[in-house]
Design a binder for this molecule. Structure first.
Ligand code: PBG
Length: 355
């Protein structure tokens, strides 16, 4: 401010004011200025098309044997394997946050794993005991259990493996029906077959109905891809997979096939369908929703969670904003709800934001 500045002449001042007001002759003659609807928080809220709420969330939880256990999972910062008593506490927290449902996944003692996944059929297995405990303590929350053999097999596959290495379809389906019945007897509200065997939804529906479980819903992992994004989940369950799952999970290069898978599962009696993983497959969610207009869910899987958490921990992204933005993207794509490890955190955040 050392140089002396002459005061503006009146016409120059008027010119500057006009320019600031956007009325200068350089103003574009635009009828539409989309930015008008973004000019303030109230306006943005007023025109917002998709809103994420706690009602959209399903919280997947990992159960482990033992009391008071909180085992951190290396590749999933902020997620722990919990003992059954802690699962009950988590269910209470979820209910208080108005999260409608939980998904339960067991970390099975390696000594109980075998080639046939026999522990899946034990009515007193870990996940069944967890279901009973949550049902008794927090009856108002929905409980979803996974049907697939991978937490129980020593080879880590979702089905039975033939000696020549093939994953047996029909033989596996017979076991999955029994697994579903064991879970329904324990009190699961929703059976979620994640195994991708052909015909399993119809067989499970028939089995449930024959046993009188007409009200138990089926959420089918219909379009489940053979994905690299499940890595941290396998770590969480202690699964050592031999080979890969490409002969039963879908090829990531396909989307029309996803529609056929969904159509088949609906035809076989699925009440809800799912696309998995989530963010890399938003186009599939949109196609499924548009084509069938049925309750459609997405699974924001472990690897997606891990990527956001890792980048946030490094200070490379704002983790909280990335969490909200990624979950809102599912709503925009047409999902009715999302299975996400962020569920309690996002529900808390939404409460903080909207009360
Ligand atoms: C197993 C199952 C998997 C997931 C849910 N159920 C892993 C797999 O198919 O290998 C993945 C969930 C996640 O990565 O968060 N049937």
């Amino acid at each position: 401010m050392s140089a002396r500045i002459a005061p503006f002449s009146r016409p120059a001042a008027r010119e500057i004011a006009r320019e600031a007001a956007g009325t200068a002759s350089s103003a574009l003659a635009l009828r539409h200025r989309p930015r008008r609807n973004r000019k303030s928080e109230w306006a943005r809220r007023l025109v917002r098309e998709h809103v994420l709420t706690a009602d959209d969330l399903i919280w997947p939880l990992f159960v482990i044997e033992g009391e008071g256990r909180h085992d951190p999972i290396r590749a999933m910062p902020g997620v722990e394997r919990l003992g059954i008593d802690e699962i009950v506490r988590a269910a209470e927290r979820a209910a208080a946050l108005r999260i409608p449902a939980l998904g339960l996944f067991p970390y099975t003692d390696p000594a109980l794993r075998d080639a046939r996944g026999s522990e899946a059929l034990n009515a007193q297995n870990l996940v069944c005991r967890a279901v009973r405990a949550v049902k008794a303590a927090v009856p108002q929350i929905g409980i979803i259990t996974d049907v697939a053999l991978d937490p129980y097999t020593d080879h880590g596959h979702d089905g039975l493996v033939h000696e020549d290495g093939r994953i047996l379809n029909d033989e596996t389906v017979a076991v999955l029906v029994r697994q579903a019945l064991v879970q329904a007897e324990a009190g699961a509200d929703v059976i979620a077959p994640s195994d991708m065997m052909d015909g399993r939804v119809g067989a499970i529906r028939e089995g449930l109905d024959a046993a009188g479980f007409h009200d138990v819903q089926i959420m089918a992992y219909s379009a489940k891809y053979a994905s690299a994004f499940y890595g941290p989940f396998r770590d969480a369950l202690g699964t050592k997979l031999s080979g890969d799952k490409r002969t039963y999970q879908m090829d990531p290069a396909n989307d029309a096939e996803a529609l056929r898978e969904v159509a088949a599962d609906l035809d076989e009696g699925a009440d809800m369908v799912m696309v998995k993983p989530g963010l890399p497959y938003l186009d599939v969610i949109r196609r499924v929703k548009d084509a069938f207009e049925v309750p459609t869910f997405a699974y924001q899987v472990s690897g997606e969670y891990a990527m956001i958490q890792a980048a946030a921990q490094n200070g490379w992204i704002d983790g909280e904003r990335a969490m909200l933005e990624s979950l809102t993207a599912f709503k925009r794509a047409g999902a009715d709800g999302v299975l996400t490890y962020f569920a309690p955190r996002v529900a808390e955040k939404l409460k903080e934001m909207w009360g």
